[in-house]
Every structure is written in C-alpha cells, then in structure tokens.
Ligand binder design. Structure first.
Ligand code: ATP
Ligand code: MG
Length: 189
C-alpha cells in the first residue's frame, strides 16, 4: 500500500464521516416509530426481541403480544419469565400476552407507559381476517407520541407497509430447514 493510496483512503473516509455527521445533525425529530419486519427469511421475531431487550436495558416498560405460539416455548419468552420480568398489566416490566384477543393489543397501543410494543406475527391475523386492518391502522395512528411499535410477520399488507416508518424485508436466501436440519433450541425457538 503506497502513501498516496493511504492518503486518498483517509480523505475519502473523512468525507464519509462528514456526510454521516451532517445527516445526523439533520435528524432532529424525536418520536416513537413503527417498525415493520417482514419477508420470508429468518430473523423477524428475534430482531423484534432484540429491540425489546434494548428497551429493557434502558429501563423502559414494554409490551408484547404474540399472535401465534409454536409448539415449543420460545427461549426469549422463557428467559424473560426466569428473570421475573414477565407479567400482565400495568405492574409488569414486560406486559405479555400470547394468543391475545383484540383488547390486549388495543390497550397497549393506548398506554403511554409502554415505550415499545411488539406485535409478533400480527400479519397472520390480518391475512386470515381475524383482525381488521382499518382498526389496526387507526390504533397505530392514535397511539402515544413516544411509543414505538414493532410488527412482525410475512406478507404485510400494502397500507401497513405505507404507514410504517422503518421497513425491513428479510429475504429467504437460504434456510437450513430446506437441507433437512431440524429446528433447534436457541436457534429456531
Ligand atoms: P425467528 O423467530 O428465528 O426470528 P422469523 O420470525 O423470521 O424467525 P417466522 O416466519 O416467524 O420467522 O418462523 C418462525 C420459525 O420458522 C423459526 O423457527 C424459524 O427458524 C423458522 N423459519 C424462518 N424462516 C424460515 C424459512 N425461510 N424456512 C424454514 N424455516 C424458517
Ligand atoms: Mg416470527
């Protein structure tokens, strides 16, 4: 590596840094956001729980509604239970509902003390008509300003995609299951 290359690289990195700093200076709005994690690849629910653990690390109260539960108790929920964080209602650090009825997610989206709400596999409920899209969109729009919501699930409908502030579509490039590898604790649930 000659000196000119090193100098050039250092200058380019300096430019990049200045661009990033300028972009950060422009981002001044403080409000909760809607994050949509969709697509057919692996990583939606685990990403949502990653955000939940972040929020807990900052001492924030969070809510979780899991619309479908698998045959195995998931490691992420079992862990929260073991830590004594899981409960139902206003006194729980993690207000948790599985296979919830409409009232629990609607209550959560109206509760300003919940700074993050995870609605896991929600798109499934929309897809099969167990939940009205218009009702959900209205509740999302009316939620407290400081509350963020993470929605996961395959095949998110277009209006939900349009409403979300951050959308990540995880592609199924490859999954070990297709090669016959059995679902395993700590990886798949
Ligand atoms: P994870 O919970 O691992 O983050 P996910 O929420 O993105 O996955 P789901 O569609 O909810 O994926 O499916 C949950 C289960 O199915 C997990 O055990 C996951 O490993 C598995 N899975 C996810 N994507 C695929 C895929 N493309 N092919 C086969 N199995 C998958
Ligand atoms: Mg999932």
């Amino acid at each position: 590596m000659d000196l000119t290359f090193k100098q050039q690289h250092a200058e380019r990195m300096q430019d990049k840094k200045a661009q990033v700093q300028a972009a950060m200076a422009r981002a001044q709005v403080e409000r909760g956001i809607v994050v949509l994690l969709t697509g057919h690849g692996k990583g939606k629910t685990t990403s949502a729980f990653g955000m939940l653990y972040r929020a807990l690390g900052h001492g924030l109260r969070v809510g979780v509604v899991q619309f479908i539960t698998g045959t195995h108790a998931s490691g992420e929920v079992t862990f929260l239970q073991q830590q004594g964080l899981l409960g139902q209602g206003a006194r729980a650090q993690v207000d948790y509902h599985a296979m919830a009825t409409g009232c629990s997610w609607q209550r959560m989206l109206a509760d300003p003390s919940l700074r993050l709400v995870v609605l896991d596999e929600l798109t499934f409920m929309l897809q099969y008509g167990y939940l009205a899209l218009s009702e959900l969109l209205q509740a999302l729009e009316r939620r407290p300003a400081g509350q963020s919501v993470v929605i996961t699930g395959r095949s998110a409908p277009a209006p939900l995609l349009a409403l979300a502030d951050t959308v990540s579509e995880i592609a199924d490039t490859r999954h070990a299951f297709q090669a016959g590898v059995k679902a395993q604790a700590g990886v798949d649930f």
